[in-house]
Write a protein that binds this ligand. Structure first.
Ligand code: GDP
Length: 445
């Protein structure tokens, strides 16, 4: 795993930076006796770059004016493990003799060094930043660990050292062992309660429903026995309409009514239920749009298929109307079901698990940028005023839903239509389908 060691004299802000990069994922303190002292390590995440980080703050000696042998030995050990050293100085204090001593030592080591001038927010750090060039470690990166500034710069300097050229990352846990958080929404009388009852009563349910409360929504946990023989946990997130006839009615009725919006917020996958006898209406499109805006994976199911007529015409009609009315999610999965007879329910659940997988997917930076460069070559961004907008690279900063950041210059001139071009291309060529994909832009140096 790529590793970065934070190095610097006391009080330059090493721990603040460590905490910012590690966030809540604060990990282990290595306490092997004699090897390390108060060593802090964590899993850092910086705009989607994931790496291990070692904070050497614990190696400091009482006397901050010297670089004692032990600190040096310990820091050396960290450095040997590291792919890069992040050397921090205090931009407000300027370069001190101890900084110079550390710099001299780092220059004699083989580990690549990224020099960062911390506390650089505002004007007070400007002269310190200039002084930092004198350390002979290249261009200093101005950051403010406390205020979270300089993140993009830091990212750009660290990226070459810590990026892994790998396959698509495996999911950290087996997705299928984690309950699928599912909400079912739709207009009144679309058949939501009927569907839920049908699922909970008969649909190859291997454990009975358990009602519970997740923060402020109500959920029902159960396991779906999928046709491939696997038991898959599902957590149905309650909507106002759904508990009408639910088995778990008694427990639920006492609780406050959680509305559909809440359910959408807590869900991973949302099924929008249509009524086959009514077709697709404006209200349905509004709900679908809301679900996508919230970044949830959307499935659309046409219910009451048992009483519908002209099946294929109806299906094609709704498909076409969605293409037109829901152009932000071309190809959203459309299924036909009957809550009454149980038709199509296995397919619906299978599709829900499938789309969650896509929604949770992480594309490797390598694959992503190969696609990106190709997409730009095929259709270069415009050059307003004769000056080309420069798009440098793209990184995936999040999953669930997938979110990406493009780094470049003159991005304020980039038309929305170009971002749409990239979003649509990404959907098709990187197989995100109708999953809501978010792309934003950041100016790089
Ligand atoms: P909700 O308001 O969305 O929860 O809708 P309900 O589940 O209360 O259903 C509204 C009406 O549609 C009820 O009379 C149901 O019996 C009926 N219904 C629901 N699903 C189906 C279905 O698949 N086929 C048929 N024929 N009727 C259904």
């Amino acid at each position: 795993q790529p590793t970065v060691a934070i190095i610097g004299r006391p009080n330059v802000g090493k721990s603040t930076l460590f905490n910012r990069l590690v966030g809540k994922r604060l990990a282990l303190v290595d306490d092997r006796p004699g090897v390390t002292r108060d060593r802090r390590e964590g899993e850092a995440s910086l705009l989607g770059l994931e790496f291990r980080i070692i904070d050497t703050a614990g190696y400091e000696d009482e006397d901050p004016q010297t670089l004692p042998g032990r600190m040096r030995a310990q820091t050396s050990a960290a450095l040997r493990e590291a792919d890069a050293a992040l050397f921090l100085i205090d931009a407000r204090a300027g370069v001190t003799p101890l900084d110079e001593e550390i710099a001299r030592w780092l220059r004699s080591e083989t580990t690549p060094v990224i020099l960062a001038a911390n506390k650089a927010e505002g004007k007070a750090g400007e002269s310190g930043l200039l002084e930092a060039y004198s350390l002979g470690l290249g261009e200093p990166v101005p950051i403010s660990a406390e205020h979270g500034e300089g993140v993009v710069d830091l990212f750009e300097h660290l990226r070459p050292h810590v990026e892994r050229e790998e396959e698509d990352e495996p999911e950290p846990e087996d997705e299928n062992d984690r309950p699928l958080k599912l909400a079912i929404v739709g207009r009144p009388n679309a058949g939501k309660s009927t569907l839920i009852n049908r699922i909970l009563e008969e649909e190859r349910l291997i454990t009975g429903p358990e009602a519970g409360i997740t923060r402020d929504s109500i959920s029902i946990d159960w396991e779906w026995q999928s046709p491939d023989g696997r038991a898959r946990p599902v957590r149905l997130i309650d909507t106002a309409g759904m508990r009408k006839k639910a088995k778990v009615q008694d427990k639920l009725e006492k609780l406050s009514v959680a509305d559909g919006r809440r359910a959408v917020e807590f869900a991973e996958v949302v099924v929008l239920l249509l009524d086959a006898t009514l077709g697709l209406e404006a209200q349905d499109l509004r709900i679908a749009d809301y679900v996508l805006q919230e970044g949830r994976a959307l499935l659309i199911a046409i219910n009451k298929w048992d009483v519908a007529e002209n099946h294929s015409q109806l299906f094609q009609g709704i498909r076409a109307a969605l293409q037109e009315g829901l152009s932000q999610a071309p190809g959203v999965p459309l299924l036909a079901v009957s809550a009454m007879t149980g038709k199509g329910l296995d397919q619906l659940l299978a599709a829900a698990f499938e789309i969650r997988e896509v929604w949770s997917r992480r594309v490797s930076t390598g694959q992503l940028n190969r696609w990106f460069e190709d997409a730009i070559e095929r259709n270069p961004p415009p050059a307003p005023g004769g000056k080309r907008i420069k798009l440098r690279y793209i990184t995936q900063v999040n999953t669930r839903p997938p979110a990406f950041v493009i780094f470049g210059n003159r991005l304020e001139m980039l038309p929305d239509s170009y971002l749409r071009y990239l979003t649509n291309g990404m959907r098709k060529e990187l197989d995100f389908g109708a999953v809501p994909v978010r792309i934003s832009t950041r100016t790089s140096r």
